[in-house]
Design a protein around this ligand. Structure first.
Ligand code: GRF
Length: 205
């Protein structure tokens, strides 16, 4: 049984999608050991509590990045977390933190990276006039929205779209992509050569 730690700062729909996938057996042999937020009032924290999951609030405000990340890493280790899933975690993790969990921290971003990193990626893509966008699940490295890509999903931009309808269709794909990526990583069904991740058949999950 593998243990996931989910970090979030807001709504938590990606967290819910992961939790639903586990409950439905789409992510076999896994559990969410802990949900951690840097924001006490994040709606995702309330949802995690309602679902009976262990939740922790580790506030980041007014603390150095190092102090905060040390507490965070300690909590994840204490809960024997095998894989850390960032799900709308709006805080940059320090290089020190990333080194504690090599190839063990995933992030989801609502664009086809390397296009449109950073905040409001869907709005950036829409304003740029792209004809396709999508989402990316990637390993976290020391740079923002940068690590090796695990899964991408393409979402066409329709003439009838505005930035909100586009963001909503991207979000649907995010929920599918995160489950796929977690299965690839937990199943060990990949080889990483530089930035290039090749999925392999490996052992059945
Ligand atoms: C998602 O769009 C995700 O890609 C980005 O932050 C948003 C979080 O949404 N990193 P939610 O809190 O999972 O609903």
């Amino acid at each position: 049984m593998k243990s996931l730690g989910v970090l979030l700062s807001g709504r938590g729909s990606n967290f819910v999608a992961i939790a639903d996938s586990i409950d439905a057996g789409r992510i076999p042999n896994a559990r969410i050991a802990v949900v951690i937020s840097n924001k006490a009032d994040a709606p995702g924290v309330a949802t995690a509590r309602e679902r009976g999951l262990t939740t922790l609030v580790i506030p980041s405000k007014g603390r150095t990045r190092e102090e905060h990340d040390r507490e965070l890493a300690g909590a994840l280790t204490q809960h024997n977390v095998d894989l850390v899933c960032l799900a709308g975690y709006m805080r940059l993790l320090s290089p020190w933190f990333v080194r504690q969990f090599p190839q063990r921290v995933l992030n989801i971003h609502p664009s086809l990276l390397p296009a449109f990193p950073g905040l409001e990626a869907q709005q950036q893509a829409f304003a740029y006039g792209v004809k396709v966008s999508g989402c990316t699940v990637h390993f976290v490295d020391e740079e923002l929205d940068h690590g090796a890509i695990i899964v991408q999903k393409i979402v066409p931009v329709l003439d009838s779209d505005d930035e909100h309808t586009l963001a909503a269709r991207i979000l649907e794909q995010e929920h599918v992509a995160y489950t796929e990526a977690i299965n690839v990583v937990l199943g060990g069904r990949y080889e990483l050569r530089g930035r290039r991740l090749k999925t392999t058949q490996g052992q059945p999950l």
